[in-house]
Design a protein around this ligand. Structure first.
Ligand SMILES: Cc1cc2nc3c(=O)[nH]c(=O)nc-3n(C[C@H](O)[C@H](O)[C@H](O)COP(=O)(O)OP(=O)(O)OC[C@H]3O[C@@H](n4cnc5c(N)ncnc54)[C@H](O)[C@@H]3O)c2cc1C
Length: 141
């Protein structure tokens, strides 16, 4: 990630040493590289055997939600992630294609309805904009 190291990797050569070597360029590896360099680590190398995000990460690219979480930790992580992705292009000049949209969950029976209401209450408690809609309102949108 350091400029000198970047130049080396751009030529296809792997640096002979580094302070940190991350193996795997999925969401976890990229995330670690981003946050380490954000905190001032300059000698970070990420090794990916195929293409960045070509592992399981690409399967999940469309679903970055703040719904369905049942612990404060997972909800905070989800909120932080959405906020981060929303400003990455401004910060790095590279577009991730991320669109900050909501989602609609439909309860097809009473059990799911009860579950969604419980999750909606938790969402609201955690500051996530969450509303219950009637069947007619769903048709309207
Ligand atoms: C079908 C499907 C749908 C999913 N949907 C969602 C979802 O909606 N929301 C959600 O949050 N999660 C979802 N997940 C889970 C999510 O995709 C994974 O938890 C996440 O991608 C894991 O990221 P990772 O970086 O650990 O692994 P990966 O993305 O798999 O990255 C690992 C990387 O390491 C590289 N690698 C492996 N070995 C080496 C080596 N020896 N040297 C160099 N590189 C190596 C691989 O090529 C790969 O790029 C889904 C998963 C799947 C399979």
């Amino acid at each position: 990630m350091d400029t000198a190291e970047n130049k080396e990797t751009e030529t296809g050569q792997i640096p002979s040493h580094a302070q940190v070597v991350i193996i795997g360029g999925g969401v976890i590896g990229c995330n670690i590289a981003y946050h380490l360099t954000k905190r001032g680590w300059t000698d970070v190398v990420l090794l990916e055997k195929n293409k960045l995000t070509s592992g399981t990460t690409w399967h999940a690219a469309g679903l970055i939600v703040t719904s369905g979480f049942t612990t404060e930790t997972s909800m905070q992580l989800a909120k932080y992630t959405r906020e981060l992705y929303g400003k990455l292009e401004e910060e790095t000049g590279q577009s991730t294609g991320f669109r900050d949209i909501g989602l609609l969950q439909v309860a097809a029976n009473e059990h799911v309805e009860t579950d969604l209401r419980r999750k909606a209450a938790f969402n609201k408690h955690m500051g996530v904009d969450s509303h219950e809609l009637s069947p007619k309102e769903i048709l309207d949108i």
